[in-house]
Design a binder for this molecule. Structure first.
Ligand SMILES: NC(=O)c1ccc[n+]([C@@H]2O[C@H](COP(=O)([O-])OP(=O)(O)OC[C@H]3O[C@@H](n4cnc5c(N)ncnc54)[C@H](O)[C@@H]3O)[C@@H](O)[C@H]2O)c1
Length: 284
């Protein structure tokens, strides 16, 4: 096992950002980024390159560092390649069954000391870790979007998570110059238990004709000092991700206040998923 070898499973919005930030970290030798097809990985590579270029323009990193970082990332469809990693971060769709299958596979191939982290926004760490031989190595490592910009990583300890795994995870977060804040395992953890009902309520406010999307966002931006309005944020996160998180909250707490707004469901059916499909509450 090599602690300086990091793997990320899923190269979408979050996965490509996580691979990007680890690749720019000086201690890291190699980042393995896994996804289902070569075409998806090709898109991820283009996005990472574009985001590194943006950091060069803003003089956050040099051109040389940008090229070195991209060269550190190995793009592959073969999950077996992650087996010698010190840290594996799963960042696939917010779907409990898909995540469980990935952890079952990881459990059988990685070393006894490998950290098996999930970037889940809301799904219980204990549910993901259930029946694994290495359940004590499973931890929530919840990066915020956009990963290269946002400082926070919410760290979620499952009931089985070993303290050494927590400490090593905190070290990885500080090596990225990010700030880790710990919490316990509960639906939506802290961030999305509070954020998602606000986004859901903003969708109800729009659906009921109380105000336009622009007005709702402006009121929350200018009135509450939020950097971005809730509907614009929903487009950035992905409407599908928001719906999945609301469903996890509803299933977990069984309270009406967590019922997903019908407008969000309708947008899902129409493939208006936000920035990633170029249509959401706004057009891109
Ligand atoms: N979008 C956000 O703002 C945000 C923020 C924090 C956390 N999250 C969480 O991060 C995770 C990923 O979200 P996202 O928005 O990046 O999703 P996404 O849909 O953009 O990307 C998911 C990627 O996983 C890939 N994938 C699916 N099954 C796979 C498998 N078996 N093996 C390898 N790759 C597979 C897909 O092809 C896709 O490229 C989710 O759990 C989500 O809740 C999302």
């Amino acid at each position: 096992m090599n602690e300086n070898l990091i793997s990320v499973i899923g190269s979408g919005t979050m996965g490509n950002g996580i691979a990007h930030v680890f690749a720019t970290c000086p201690n890291v030798e190699k980042v393995i980024l896994v996804d289902l097809s070569v075409q998806i990985l090709k898109n991820a590579k283009e996005i990472i390159k574009k985001n590194l270029d943006r950091q060069v323009k803003k003089e956050i990193i040099s051109q040389v560092k940008s090229e070195e970082s991209l060269a550190k990332i190995v793009f592959t469809t073969d999950v077996e390649e992650v087996k010698e990693s010190g840290l594996v971060i799963e960042a696939v769709k917010e779907d409990e069954m898909i995540k469980k299958n990935i952890f079952k596979k990881l459990d059988s191939i990685v070393s006894k000391d490998t950290i098996m982290a999930t970037n889940t926004s809301s799904i219980s760490i204990d549910k993901i870790a259930i029946n694994l031989k290495k359940s004590q190595n499973v931890i929530g490592m919840h990066f915020m979007n956009p990963v290269p910009v946002m400082k926070l990583v919410e760290i979620i300890k499952g009931s089985q998570t070993n303290n050494l795994i927590v400490e090593k995870t905190l070290d990885y977060v500080s090596s990225l110059n990010k700030i880790a804040v710990e919490c316990n395992d509960s639906p939506g953890f802290v961030s999305n238990r509070i954020l998602m009902p606000m986004i859901n309520e903003a969708a109800f406010t729009l659906m009921e004709g109380v105000a336009s999307a622009e007005s709702i966002d402006q009121i929350m931006k200018l009135g509450m000092g939020h950097p971005m309005g809730p509907l614009k944020l929903a487009d950035l996160i992905g409407i599908d991700v928001c719906v999945s998180i609301m469903n996890v909250l509803f299933d977990g707490f069984k309270q009406e206040k967590y019922r997903v707004c019908p407008l969000l469901d309708k947008m899902m059916k129409e493939n208006k998923l936000g920035i990633k499909t170029k249509k959401g509450f706004y057009k891109y």
